[in-house]
Design a binder for this molecule. Structure first.
Ligand code: TYM
Length: 338
């Protein structure tokens, strides 16, 4: 017998996180969550509500608490089975902050200064450029590296942070020997960057002050229709991608995510039809796509104790795995173990 015959194929480990800093958006769903549900049958998946990350920007405590429940409920409502996946809240597993401290000592001031998100958030919150905002990516690296993660499914905007996590892992491994698995990103071909409906050159973001810019996963059908009707496009009338047609391109991406149609198929379907008709079609598929999630969400929010059970079980399962990596790291850097 060939030795390869008895080696069992190890399941891949998947980790990703989402901030409970507001109601989740269509961008979060199409760029990240939708992929998470696709992976749950073929891999060991951990999905984390990253409340520690959320406080790098000032939060109202009662709202943060509510958003944490809501985010978890939306993950389950979008199709993540709490038995198949480890779903948990970051602050419930102290190993995240413990490893983050160690990794801070292996992250360079220069590389953290180059992070686009740090630059953008510091410009936006110039009265609160705190050290947590600066070291945010090392906590994210700790999240990922604690679980010996193979794949990290995220939207385009997290690619730079992921590359930093890889650099930190490689740096640590080079000094202390093989400790962390070096993770790969998993970024969808369609939907990795959903743009604002009010300014299609900007990413759709939870924190946008213009509510017409963002489709929230909890928006009712009439609100979704109104927002798409108002979506900024160009002065032309053809449904196709092109220079100066970022708004239409963004709507084509959203339509494609929900229907699975290619650009050519969408162009054919709407040839000779105007922007109004196309916007209405995008609104309809979005409202239809979100409806089952919204219904399930409403049920789950009425069952707080069920959500708390998920958090508790998830944290216990995650903590067990995390403890192995943390203890290895503590031993390698020279901490006395008692
Ligand atoms: P967050 O909470 O900003 O976003 C969660 C996920 O949604 C994706 N996303 C988008 N995708 C497409 N279009 C958009 N407009 C859009 N907006 C957001 C994000 O790329 C992300 O995948 N730092 C992370 C959270 C985090 C994390 C981690 C992720 C903490 N630790 C470890 C992966 C692994 C963040 O702020 O995501």
């Amino acid at each position: 017998m060939n030795s390869g015959d008895i080696v069992q194929q190890r399941k891949k480990i998947i980790f990703s996180g989402i901030q409970p800093s507001g109601v989740l958006t269509l961008g979060n769903y199409l760029g990240a969550m939708r992929n998470w549900t696709k992976l749950q049958d073929e891999a060991d998946c951990l999905y984390c509500v990253v409340d520690l990350h959320a406080i790098t920007v000032r939060q109202v405590p009662a709202e943060l608490r509510r958003h944490t429940y809501e985010t978890l409920a939306l993950l389950v409502a979008s199709g993540l089975d709490p038995d198949k996946n480890i779903l948990f809240v970051q602050s419930h597993v102290p190993a995240h902050t413990q490893l983050a401290w160690v990794l801070n000592c292996f992250s360079m001031f220069g590389e953290l200064s180059r992070m686009t998100q740090f630059k953008e958030k510091s410009a936006k919150h110039s009265d609160n450029i705190n050290a947590g905002l600066f070291t945010y990516p090392t906590l994210m690296a700790a999240d990922i590296l604690l679980y010996q993660t193979d794949l990290v499914p995220v939207g385009q905007d997290q690619k730079q942070h992921l590359e930093l996590a890889r650099d930190i892992a490689i740096r640590f491994n080079n000094i202390y020997g093989e400790t962390f698995r070096v993770p790969e990103g998993y970024i969808p071909q369609t939907g990795a960057k959903i743009m604002s409906l009010a300014d299609p050159t900007k990413k759709m973001s939870k924190s946008d002050e213009n509510e017409n810019a963002v489709i929230s996963l909890l928006d009712p059908r009439d609100v979704i229709i109104r927002k798409f009707k108002r979506a900024v496009t160009d002065s032309g009338n053809e449904i196709r991608r092109g220079e100066g047609k970022e708004g239409i391109g963004n709507l084509m991406t959203i339509y494609s995510c929900f229907t699975g149609k290619t650009d050519e198929e969408i162009e054919r379907e709407f040839a000779g039809k105007g922007y109004g008709e196309f916007k209405m079609a995008v609104a309809e598929v979005t409202a239809d796509g979100l409806k089952p999630i919204q219904d399930k969400f409403a049920e789950l929010m009425a069952e707080k104790t069920y959500l708390e059970e998920i958090m508790k079980t998830g944290a216990e399962r995650a903590a067990k795995i995390a403890a192995r990596t943390l203890s290895k790291v503590y031993r390698k850097v020279g901490f006395v173990q008692i």
